[in-house]
Design a protein around this ligand. Structure first.
Ligand code: GLN
Length: 454
C-alpha cells in the first residue's frame, strides 16, 4: 500500500511508470499475506517490484513504449517475470523506457521522458535518468519500487543505474531467459535487475535467472546463492584496470572516481594489475552495426497485422507503410535504416561481417586477460554524470548520445557479466558509478567486489 500510494503521489512528476497496476499489486500482496500466514514464503514474498515495459506481462498492456504496440495485451508472461512472481514478488506496474530499448536517455519513449529524481545542487534543471531502462532506475531511486526488472543490450541497465545512484547488473548472456522480452538485438540482449544496493540486486538476480526450454540461448547451469557472495573476502583477487578505457576528454572527476575505486579494492586486499584490451576502440562502431542489424530483422514483425497499431491503406503494402511510418519513432527508424543497409547485398561483407569479426577480437581481448589470471576488471560505468533533458548537443547529433555507451557495450559484445555500483558524487552532487566486469558466469565475484565499493 505504501508503494502504491507513493506512485500515486510522485509518478505524475517523474513519469517513471507508464502503467501502474495498483489493483494487481494489492491482489498479489493479499496472496503473499496468505502464503506468509501459512509459513510458505518464497524468496521474494511480498516484495513490490516494477517491470520494464519490454517484458510481456499476461493481461497487462505491454508496449515497449512504442506507438506500434499500442493496445497489445500479451496472453503470456515472460519467463523472468514469471520466475519473480513464483518467488512471491508483487507487481507494481510497467515502467517507462526508450522505445524498443533504443537510447541512453529515455527520451525516445512514446510516453515522453522520465525525470531523474536527482538534480544538480541549487539547480531546477530536470536531468535524464539514463536509458533505456530509465523508468526502472528512476522508480528504484525514488522509492517507487523496491527493485525493478531492466534489460541491457549495450548498457541499458548499467548506465541508468550509474545516473541514479542505484545498482544494476547485466548478467552473462544466457543467464536469464529472453523469452517474452521484446527483442531488440537478440545476440546482445540480457535481462537483469536494478536495485537499491548490491544485496538486493543479488537476491533479485537469483530469482530471475533460469534455464528455459523456450530460449535455447539460456544456459543450463545451477544458479548460485548470489547473496552468499556479499561480504566474501576479495583478498588476493586480481583486478585488471584496462588502459584503453582512459578515453580522451574524460572528465577529471570520473578519473578521480576510478582511482578511488582502485584504492578501495586495494585496501580490501585485492591486487590491481594494468591490462590492455586493444580492440576496445572498435567496440562502439561495431556495436552500432550489429545492434541495428539485428533490430531491423527483429522489428520486421511489426507490420500492422500481428500486433498493436494498424493504420489502414488502399492495399496491403500501403497499410504496412503507413503503420510503420506512424508507429515507429525517429530513433527506431534510424536503426532500421542502418540495419537494413548493413545487411543488404553488397554491403553485408563490408559492414556486418566485418563488425562480427571485430566482435570476435573484442571477446578474445577479454579471454586473454582472464587467461592471465585476472578475476575481474574495474572501469567507470559512464563517461559523465546525468545530463539535462533535451540536451542540445545530444539531440542534434545521435553519435554524441551513442558515446554514452563507450564503457558498457564491450561487455555485451563479449557476452560477459557487468555490474554498475554507485561510487561517489560529482561536485554538483550527482551520482557516479563504477563498473566491474567479470568472467563468464562469475556474477558472484562481481557481487563480492561490488559490496566493497558501494
Ligand atoms: N544505448 C544503447 C542503444 O541505444 C544501449 C541500449 C540498450 O542497452 N538497450 O543501443
Amino acid at each position: 500500500q505504501a508503494y502504491v500510494s507513493a506512485i500515486e503521489a510522485a509518478n505524475g512528476q517523474l513519469n517513471a511508470y507508464v502503467m501502474p497496476t495498483p489493483e494487481k499489486a494489492m491482489a498479489m500482496a493479499a496472496q503473499s499475506d496468505a502464503r506468509l500466514a501459512k509459513g510458505e514464503a518464497g524468496a521474494l514474498e511480498g516484495i513490490p517490484l516494477g517491470v520494464k515495459d519490454l517484458y510481456a506481462t499476461e493481461g497487462v498492456h505491454t508496449q515497449a513504449c512504442s506507438r506500434i504496440l499500442e493496445g497489445f495485451e500479451p496472453r503470456y508472461e515472460s519467463t523472468v517475470t514469471a520466475n519473480l512472481w513464483a518467488d512471491g514478488a508483487v507487481m507494481l506496474g510497467k515502467l517507462n523506457m526508450d522505445e524498443f530499448a533504443m537510447g541512453s536517455s529515455n527520451e525516445s519513449s512514446c510516453y515522453g521522458p522520465v525525470k531523474n529524481p536527482w538534480r544538480r545542487k541549487g539547480s531546477n534543471l530536470d536531468l535524464v535518468p539514463g536509458g533505456s531502462s530509465g523508468g526502472s532506475a528512476a522508480a528504484v531511486a525514488a522509492h517507487l519500487a523496491a527493485g525493478a526488472t531492466a534489460t541491457d543490450t549495450g548498457g541499458s541497465i548499467r548506465q541508468p543505474a550509474a545516473f541514479t545512484g542505484t545498482v544494476g547488473i547485466k548478467p552473462t548472456y544466457g543467464r536469464c531467459s529472453r523469452w517474452g522480452i521484446v527483442a531488440f538485438a537478440s545476440s546482445l540482449d540480457q535481462a537483469g535487475p536494478i536495485a537499491r544496493d548490491v544485496r538486493d540486486a543479488a537476491i533479485m538476480l537469483r530469482s530471475m535467472a533460469s534455464v528455459d526450454a523456450k530460449d535455447t540461448t539460456s544456459v543450463d547451469r545451477p544458479v548460485p546463492d548470489y547473496e552468499a557472495a556479499i561480504g566474501r573476502s576479495v583478498k588476493g583477487l586480481r583486478i585488471g584496470v584496462p588502459k584503453e578505457y582512459r578515453v580522451d576528454g574524460m572528465p577529471g572527476e570520473i578519473e578521480a572516481l576510478w582511482q578511488q575505486g582502485i584504492a578501495w579494492l586495494k585496501d580490501a586486499g585485492a591486487e590491481i594489475v594494468d591490462v590492455s584490451l586493444p580492440h576496445t576502440k572498435y567496440a562502439l562502431p561495431a556495436y552500432y552495426i550489429v545492434a541495428p542489424a539485428e533490430a531491423s530483422s527483429n522489428l520486421a514483425r511489426y507490420d500492422g497485422v500481428r500486433y498493436g497499431l494498424r493504420v489502414p491503406g488502399k492495399d496491403l503494402t500501403e497499410m504496412y507503410e503507413r503503420t510503420r511510418a506512424e508507429g515507429f519513432g525517429r530513433e527506431v527508424k534510424r536503426r532500421i535504416m542502418i540495419g537494413t543497409y548493413v545487411l543488404s547485398a553488397g554491403y553485408y561483407d563490408a559492414y556486418y561481417l566485418r563488425a562480427q569479426k571485430v566482435r570476435t577480437l573484442i571477446k578474445r581481448d577479454f579471454e586473454t586477460v582472464y587467461a592471465d589470471g585476472i578475476d575481474a576488471l574495474l572501469t567507470p560505468a559512464t563517461p559523465s554524470a546525468a545530463f539535462g533533458i533535451a540536451d542540445q548537443d545530444m539531440a542534434s547529433d545521435p553519435v554524441k548520445m551513442y558515446l554514452n555507451d563507450i564503457f558498457t557495450v564491450t561487455v555485451n559484445m563479449a557476452g560477459l557479466p557487468g555490474i554498475a555500483v554507485p561510487a561517489g558524487l560529482t561536485e554538483e552532487g550527482l551520482p557516479l558509478g563504477l563498473q566491474l566486469i567479470g568472467r563468464p558466469f562469475d556474477e558472484e565475484t562481481l557481487f563480492s567486489l561490488g559490496s566493497v565499493i558501494e
